[in-house]
Design a protein around this ligand. Sequence first.
Ligand SMILES: [Fe+2]
Length: 285
Amino acid sequence: MLVTTPPPALPEGLRGDYAAARPDFTVVQNMADYSDADHATWRALYGRQAECLRERAAAAYLAGLERLPFRDGVPDFAASSAVLRRATGWTLVAVPGLIPDDAFFDHLAQRRFPVTHWIRKPEELDYIVEPDIFHDAFGHVPMLAQPDFAEFLAAYGRMGAHAKRLGALKPLARLYWHMVEFGLLREDGRVRAYGAGILSSATETLHATESDKPRRLRFDPWRVLRSEYFIDDLQPTYFVIEDFSELYAAVDRLPALLEAARDAAPIPPGAAAEGDQPYRLTGEE
Ligand SMILES: [Fe+2]
């Protein structure tokens, strides 16, 4: 059975070919479909961003990146999955682009990370509206080799159905946004990035790790679940963990916190809130 139209839960006008997708929204990644220009676009993005991240990304991310076959062109998901399977039991599945929440949660719970199979056009090197393979693979996949983070992401997927029953998908999405897309880690006395939305963007990397403009706060799940965000601008607030095990450790408290966050007033993007614990960039113990 094929899905013929993007489901209503997805935004209009997505670029991917949803007609080719299976019921779980996966498609086949055919390496022969990538042109020389596609590989050149990947290498241009990879080269530029890997350089930018050397001193700014978390060590675990850089170690994951090193293990994956990402350097020479658009990555083959089968080869990348072989690396991940050995490290943490995860695999990659190709998708046409954004997929509905239910399918997304189910893939994560099964340790399958959905990766958009197409790559942006050369004129979109600096900015693209929809996540493409560079964002999904370069940004997210290296962290899947980090055991605590990998456990957290699978637990996040398992939490999806529960949050939906509670009517708490918005707070759950905030957790993904702040801690998977835009998470920071304190490492060797400095703030380093591990979130994919940061790591796949040179501008956001500098903003998140070096600018004194954004608010950087100690990770607190209750604060995160209430914190709204901008989807099309640099983040005004980031949350900082000290160790990846903190994310998984928060999972046990999530059912109660999600319910409370559903009923609480959200905190607008960039606003301060009671109990905030700010981080300085360096030198703070
Ligand atoms: Fe993402």
